[in-house]
Every structure is written in C-alpha cells, then in structure tokens.
Design a protein around this ligand. Structure first.
Ligand code: FMN
Length: 186
C-alpha cells in the first residue's frame, strides 16, 4: 500500500483544556487514514536565537523541522492573544522560517484556523498568520477558518456545529492540496 501523505498540526496554545487543541484533535481524527499525522508538543521549542541556530538546531527544533519537511500539509490551530499571534506559535514559525528564503515551510500547503470564545474567530491572528506564512510558502491556503463563540469544551471536544464547519473547511483544503500537488506532477 502506498504511504499516505503526512500532515503536521501546530497548536498555538499549551493550555490543557485548550479549545484550539481540541479543534486540532478533531481535525486529526477526521483526517486519520488519509494522512499520517504528527502533532508536536511545542513547549520544548526554545526561544529563537540566531547564535543558538548558528551552533546547530537544538534537538526539539531539528525534530520539528524534520517532521514539517516530510509533510505535504501543515495545519495551524491558534488562539488570538492581544490581537495577534501567540508568542509560542510565532517563535515556532520563526525557527521553521530558517534558513532565510529556504525555510522548512517552503512548498508546504498551510491551512490556518483560530477558535475563540469571542465573536470574531481570531480574525487578527489569522490575518497576521496569513502575512507571515505568505512569505514562507507559495502554497498558503488563503481561506482561513475562524470558529467563534466557543467558550468551553463539551465532553472534551468542540461543539457539533463547530465540528461540521471544521470538516467542511478541511475537505476544501484537502482538495486545494491535491490540486496544487497534482499540478506539480506535470
Ligand atoms: C494573553 C491573552 C490574550 C488574549 N487576547 C485575545 C484577543 O486578542 N482576542 C480574542 O478573541 N481572545 C483573546 N484571548 C482569549 C482567548 O481567545 C481564550 O483564552 C482562548 O480560550 C485561548 O485559546 P485556547 O483555549 O486554545 O488556549 C486572550 C487570552 C489570553 C490568555
């Protein structure tokens, strides 16, 4: 049987009951079977420091880069913090952006989702992620998904209506991914 393509899922929250982590888990369950999934723990990624980078990527960074390198698809699930990208996630993307102009996200299809208790579904963080990821891959999926009004988990997961929206968005994203990958095969 041919290997399934790989997908790395990055979550911009370390909170145990994170609504973004729950949405990421939901996406992983939905895509299981079609993709080999990897959801790294970002808590071990050190603050970006070019001196450290010059001495060689720390093991957690090297592992992350290897996983992303081998992935066709990268999904980002992130809260919005103070109208922007949480530091944890921005720091991770900064590591992945290296080396300059040949970063690990190059050629990857990247999809962006934000889940929030508020009514705007993290539109600022999604917009900033579009800007940042837009210079790091030519295969950015520009249709982001904002899932608003999720205050708490229901039985450990996001509400049914949010799950449906997520599944629909994932289908469109997978179609986009197949289209750009097929175009590349010519
Ligand atoms: C430091 C901080 C800043 C926040 N800023 C925003 C914000 O700008 N916009 C927003 O919609 N929610 C904001 N929130 C609320 C988060 O959306 C909410 O805590 C959410 O549950 C965090 O995501 P998580 O459950 O995945 O950890 C903020 C929360 C924190 C802790």
């Amino acid at each position: 049987m041919a290997d399934t393509p790989r997908c790395t899922i990055l979550v911009g929250s370390l909170r145990r009951d994170s609504i973004n982590k729950a949405a990421a888990d939901c996406a992983g369950e939905y895509l299981a079977g079609r993709f080999t999934l990897y959801q790294p723990d970002l808590s071990g990624i050190p603050p970006f420091n070019q001196d450290v980078e010059d001495a060689g990527d720390p093991p957690a960074v090297a592992d992350l880069k290897a996983a992303v390198s081998g992935s066709e698809l990268v999904l980002i699930f992130s809260p919005e913090y103070n109208y922007g990208i949480p530091g944890l996630l921005k720091n991770t993307i900064d590591w992945l952006s290296r080396p300059f102009r040949a970063g690990t996200l190059m050629g990857k299809v990247v999809g962006i989702t934000s889940v929030t208790p508020g009514s705007r579904g993290g539109e600022n963080s999604r917009e900033q992620l579009l800007q940042t990821c837009g210079v790091l891959t030519e295969r950015l999926y520009r249709v982001t998904l904002g899932i608003p009004n999720v205050s708490e988990l229901e039985n450990g997961t996001i509400p049914e209506s949010s799950r449906s929206a997520l599944h629909h968005w994932l289908e469109e994203l997978v179609l986009f991914s197949q289209k750009v990958t097929d175009a590349d095969d010519f």
